[in-house]
Design a protein around this ligand. Sequence first.
Ligand code: COA
Ligand code: MG
Length: 278
Amino acid sequence: MASTSIRWAFNWANWHPTEKDLLKVVSCLQNEEKERLGKFVFRKDFRASVVGRLMMRKFINEYTDIPYNEIIFTRDQNNKPMLENASKSIAFNISHQGSFTVFVGEIRNVKLGVDVMKLEYTGGKRLSEFFRLMDRNFSPAEWIEIRGGTGTPESEQTAMFCRYWALKESYVKGLGVGIVIDLRNIEFRTSSRLRENELVIDTSLYINGVRQNWFFEESLLDSEHCVAVAVQGIESVNSSKNVLFEKISIGKLLENAVSLIPQDPEYCRQYFAKRERP
Ligand code: COA
Ligand code: MG
């Protein structure tokens, strides 16, 4: 069977659910996820995370024969979401940051990770000071790429920093282990610039100087967000379709959604009573 690569992005910052939409969305959550999401203080964090749950369920529903309301997700010991009793070869992962939630899925047994980053620095300190604090997370060669030559604008340095960060996170998330590895030894070598509507697939990963059998897809979702996908196996370059992220609408996300639990007006009222952001 030809392999299928799913790459979805949803801009939840522009999504302001009606009460009707929200009632539906919340009824498509497993109870423990509903409870987890109910604890978010800000509306934006709730939306970023809930969209990921809808994406996972849509993916499993479309690409396996499990009925929508019978899909059960669990999390492994590192908190990575998994499909319970996965008999079929599938892999998926989620990331949310800035204005987007992104989802990657493959219909094969492969390690897969994704990370989206907004190309901005909001740390308060001077950028050079922030870079010094982050020193041990990047190799000397990576810092040369991030800092650029003399006179490189801070916006470009920030964008490059975010790109390398997303690459490292996508790999760590593909491994599923969380940040336990010495990040400085995970060295990325990039060749091409990121441009909107283009896919970069010539970035490679070296650990202690040895090229790794992993493949990376990088792109810009818009001028402000970069995304990196890590797929185990260099052969992925041929077996994946290597597609750009598809921006999907709330209509598409909910098109085959079936409620798992009863609608909960009080829960939704609490969402609308929250502040959007700090
Ligand atoms: N492996 C893979 N995916 C995981 C995961 C794990 N161990 N644990 C959670 N996830 C998934 C979940 O779906 C989660 O979303 P949800 O909680 O809404 O379900 C999603 O990944 C979060 O990813 P993202 O939005 O990219 O968050 P993050 O970048 O803040 O964190 C972590 C990613 C938690 C998996 C992990 O990599 C981490 O500990 N990061 C800390 C940041 C850091 O030190 N980065 C250094 C990189 S240079
Ligand atoms: Mg992230």
